[in-house]
Design a protein around this ligand. Structure first.
Ligand code: CTP
Length: 433
């Protein structure tokens, strides 16, 4: 494999990462020009394959000038075949990224077609593939596209969900936009094993075939808890579990052994994760304690702060002419705080979440101290943000080093970025010892 040795600022030798970027035909292709520039700034070599439709939106000349590499367009380009060939093109890379991925390109991938350079490279590769679809919202929601996307996920392809917003076509809005460049950067750098761009550290990590969290145990809590009032009623909250489950999935993809302790949610268990299903805060705490020791604890669950002091064994019946029943509440255990205070069993890195509706970073800073966490990921869950139950998140990483504002990303984007950051932190701590 063609690798390049670079001398990093800290004088460690690092191996330059190389990606193949396949640019499909879509108005969002212009974002790839900025993406190439930023990847190069982060020391990533980018070779571009332009599909025939992609060439209608960006030119080989502009792409080549930014990437400073030859641009590949034609499967039967004899010069390129002699010099590099499509097999080597796909194998020389550490990662293949398809952005924007059109419905047609996705269908070709799902069907295993290889009738142009892009689809042939994708069929020939043995490297991880990230696909960033962008298309009209109706095309995205079409059962054929959704079927193809599901197939790609089964095939091990990472799919960056399209963002929601206005389309290029006037009056069209919905899910289908290519996510903004900072999110694409996060996902790509995280897949390459480096920390992200805007939520950045300047550390560059070298890794070979070994995944960045291989050999680590990551504990994640996710979802709401249900606190019974009687056998049929309970106290709950609006947490969907999407963020915690995405973090567990990202940690597993990064090679960690993951224990996910999930409250009642309506989403599927992530692949390659040990899931413990619980209902109440007390059960979640027991499951978390039983899962120790762990290298990292990530507490995303929206644990109910109170439970009914003595839940009724029988269904509470309406009594005509009497007042409504009075519920006496008792405080639930704080799972994060208990685990962070568990002495020798305390995970080396304890990450909490703070869901706030005002003074977000201020309250998060207080939680960092009061719960003895190392990091708090804070977000604004006021109803107008649409974060609670939604697919996107805008977070701030609060630590002893201060507050970092991360750009708006999908919950999967936040998960990848956080796991990338955790991997960078663990590697840095290991190097320091
Ligand atoms: N948390 C926990 N157990 C609890 C309450 C919270 O483990 N009983 C964790 C959450 O998973 C999260 C962090 O503590 O990582 C902060 O949760 P949050 O609900 O924002 O804070 P609370 O401590 O409940 O404070 P408040 O509701 O007053 O803001």
């Amino acid at each position: 494999m063609a690798t390049f040795r670079l001398l990093a600022r800290d004088h460690k030798i690092v191996t330059q990462k190389r990606i193949v970027l396949i640019i499909g035909g879509g108005i969002a292709a212009y974002k790839c020009l900025d993406l190439i520039r930023r990847l190069k700034e982060r020391g990533v070599a980018v070779r571009v394959v332009l599909t025939r439709a992609g060439e209608q939106f960006v030119t080989p000349l502009s792409v080549g000038a930014l990437s400073n590499e030859p641009v590949f367009t034609n499967l039967f380009d004899l010069n390129a075949e002699r010099e590099i060939g499509h097999i080597r093109l796909s194998r020389d890379a550490d990662l293949i990224v398809v952005a924007p991925a059109t419905a047609d390109l996705i269908a070709k991938m799902a069907g295993g077609h290889a009738d142009d350079l892009a689809s042939t490279v994708l069929m020939a590769t043995d490297k991880p593939v990230i696909v960033a679809p962008a298309m009209n919202p109706r095309m995205w929601l079409h059962p054929a596209t959704q079927r193809n996307i599901a197939q790609l996920k089964v095939d091990g392809v990472t799919v960056i969900e399209p963002a929601v917003g206005e389309m290029a076509e006037r009056g069209e809005a919905g899910q289908g936009r290519l996510p903004e460049v900072p999110e694409l950067m996060e996902r790509i750098l995280s897949a390459l094993g480096s920390s992200g761009s805007s939520p950045a550290t300047s550390t560059s990590i070298t890794r070979g075939a070994k995944l960045p969290l291989a050999g680590r145990h990551v504990l994640v809590t996710s979802g709401p808890t249900h606190e019974p009032i009687d056998p049929v009623r309970y106290i709950a909250n609006r947490s969907s579990g999407k963020q915690g489950h995405a973090i567990a999935a990202a940690a597993a993809r990064a090679g960690a052994r993951v224990t996910l302790i999930s409250g009642p949610v309506n989403i599927a268990d992530p692949a390659n994760v040990d899931v413990v299903h619980v209902e109440t805060a007390a059960q979640m705490l027991q499951a978390a304690l039983s899962a120790l020791p762990a290298d990292v604890g990530i507490f995303t669950a929206a644990v109910a702060d109170w439970r009914v002091a003595s839940a009724e064994k029988q269904k509470i019946k309406k009594q005509p002419g009497t007042n409504a029943p009075q519920l006496t509440l008792a405080e639930n255990p704080d799972i994060l705080k208990t685990i962070a205070a568990s002495g020798s069993q305390r995970p080396g890195l304890v990450v909490g979440f703070a869901a706030e509706t005002d003074n977000v970073t201020d309250y998060a800073g207080r939680k960092l101290k009061s719960k003895n966490a190392d990091w708090i990921v804070a977000n604004d869950v006021s109803p107008e943000t649409g974060i609670m139950g939604g697919d996107h998140n805008r977070v701030h990483l609060v630590s002893a080093n201060g507050v970092e504002d991360w750009p708006q990303m999908s919950k999967e984007g936040v998960a990848e970025a956080l796991i990338g950051r955790i991997a960078a932190h663990l590697h840095a701590s290991k190097d320091a010892t």
